[in-house]
Write a protein that binds this ligand. Structure first.
Ligand SMILES: C[S@@+](CC[C@H](N)C(=O)[O-])C[C@H]1O[C@@H](n2cnc3c(N)ncnc32)[C@H](O)[C@@H]1O
Length: 482
């Protein structure tokens, strides 16, 4: 009997169409990822307004906000690792997968491999998200890829996609700890030592930093901040006498002292840098201080308060006018004299030899603050180093020129990359030795960070997230000699 001649087949009733479930947390996380991907936006700038709007629209509580934040930050941080895993599960190069589809897949991979969300919930939430934002056809593709990913746990995947450590240590660490290979290599060069140290550092980059406050001296004190935040969720800083750590996160803006500018949010590494500059020994007058790269004003506000206690005045200069306005805001209410100007520190309007203490916290790759900017590691390129190099040297040269003979200059970066730290200082000191600039000598910065361990061999100081719980701030202190 031919198939046609049999009894008429009953057509199977099609599955009734079901509208996709709209999950506001996943939709918001997806929108944030798209903005980061499409517009090169920064997650820490994109997320707060999206969360605010979701709260205003209703039905979005603090737990939803926490989950959305974790999904966005976690997905972005581990993007390189998830890309390597997704690449194993699709039959074409990742660059040929539509970016919005890839965003849904990475978000799904993070839920499957980087959170405690149960597998079935992670897959179904991602497929529903795909139905909402991509349509039913592409949702099937998302479903198929995520089911392949769900077949193994993270360790098993890493075993498969990362080259063995012994064959290629940097590539191995890069895939396992989600850092581009060139950054692993640069951080390892700067840190030195064996596998354990670099692994701890890379892991620390993947953790969300505690929120740290600074009680600006003379305006607030750590006791006030601890009492206001609640003793159960606030601890004194580890190193800075002005620091308070909010162990539960919390909302710093809800504290009176922060709202009134008497305290601020500031990493302890930045506090240590400002304090070391302020406390470096100085012969002669100590009346005029300069912050030559002040925006957005965190260090300027601490320096301003310290200067005020000593009867010194602070000039805070920042090239970008809109960032100079942020410095104005940070310094408002400073108890001592200060001035904020928009000025280019490489062509300064101030006269040479007019300051007793000078800080230049120069623009840099930010490789020391990767834990704060989850997408930064994937955006930075090795070429960026060369882009910053002339500016960093120019700013340090002018900082030395601005200092009086005998004055102190601090050169700081939030990058530990040797090309942005020691090499810049050595180059500028070398020019002076050849008679091409003002002369200066090193000041040992380590005793100016008392009780802080593992500061290196000096005379400069390198802080590390895994050793100090701070950003990887670098500080060189110099004294102008001629
Ligand atoms: C690393 S940030 C400084 C952070 C600041 N010290 C703080 O603690 O808030 C470097 C700043 O230098 C500014 N900048 C860049 N080029 C400059 C220049 N030629 N002169 C002065 N400021 C400059 C940038 O706009 C940026 O705000």
């Amino acid at each position: 009997m031919s198939p046609q001649s049999g009894p008429p087949r009953r057509s199977r009733p099609g599955k009734p169409y079901r509208r996709p479930k709209k999950d506001p947390v996943r939709i918001l996380a997806f929108e944030a990822l798209r903005a980061v991907d499409e517009r090169d936006a920064y997650a820490n700038l994109v997320l707060p307004p999206l969360l605010r709007k979701a709260r205003e629209d209703g039905g979005f509580d603090a737990r939803d906000a926490a989950l959305a934040t974790e999904l966005v930050y976690g997905t972005l941080r581990h993007q390189g690792t998830y890309d390597a895993i997704i690449a194993e599960c699709v039959d074409r190069p990742l660059r040929e997968v539509d970016p919005p589809v890839l965003d849904v897949l990475t978000l799904g991979a993070h839920q499957l491999l980087g959170t405690r969300i149960p597998t079935h919930a992670a897959v179904s939430a991602s497929v529903e998200l795909a139905r909402v934002v991509l349509g039913d056809g592409r949702a099937k593709f998302v479903n198929a890829v995520l089911r392949k990913i769900a077949a193994a746990d993270l360790d098993a995947w890493l075993e498969r996609v990362a080259p063995p450590y012994d064959e290629d240590p940097e590539d191995h660490l890069g895939v396992v700890h989600a850092h581009p290979r060139w950054i692993v290599s640069a951080l390892w060069d700067a840190l030195g030592g064996g596998r354990a140290g670099i692994e701890d550092l890379l892991e620390a980059d993947n953790e969300r930093p505690e929120v740290t406050l600074v009680a600006r001296p003379g305006r607030s004190d750590p006791g006030e901040l601890v009492a206001a935040a609640g003793e159960e969720s606030a601890l004194p800083g580890r190193w800075s006498p002005y620091a308070v750590r909010l162990t539960e996160g919390g909302e710093p803006g809800a504290l009176d002292a922060v709202r009134e500018g008497r305290a601020g949010v500031q990493d302890e590494g930045s506090q240590l840098v400002a304090l070391a500059l302020a406390n470096a020994p100085l012969d002669g007058p100590d009346r005029r201080w300069l912050d030559g790269c002040a925006g957005p004003g965190g260090k300027a506000a601490l320096l301003g308060a310290l200067a005020a206690e000593r009867g010194a005045a602070l000039l805070a200069a920042e090239k970008q006018p809109h960032r100079a306005r942020l410095v104005e805001r940070a310094l408002a209410g400073n108890p001592g004299p200060y001035q904020v100007i928009a000025a280019d520190g490489t062509r300064p309007p101030w006269r040479p030899e007019s300051f007793d203490r000078v800080l230049v916290d120069v623009p840099c790759t930010g490789l020391g603050a990767l834990r704060r900017r989850p997408e930064a590691r994937w955006r930075r390129r090795p070429e960026d180093l060369a882009g910053f190099a002339p500016l960093q040297r120019g700013l340090l040269r002018e900082a030395l020129t601005a200092s009086r003979v005998g004055g102190v200059v601090g050169y700081a970066t939030c990058s530990p990359h040797p090309a942005e730290t020691r090499a810049v200082v050595e180059d500028v000191l070398g020019e002076a030795r050849k008679g091409q600039g003002v002369t200066a000598e090193w000041i040992d910065a380590r005793p100016l960070m008392p009780d802080v361990p593992a500061l290196g061999e000096g005379p400069d100081v390198q802080l590390w997230p895994h050793l100090h719980g701070t950003d990887a701030m670098y500080l060189a202190l110099l004294r102008r000699t001629g």
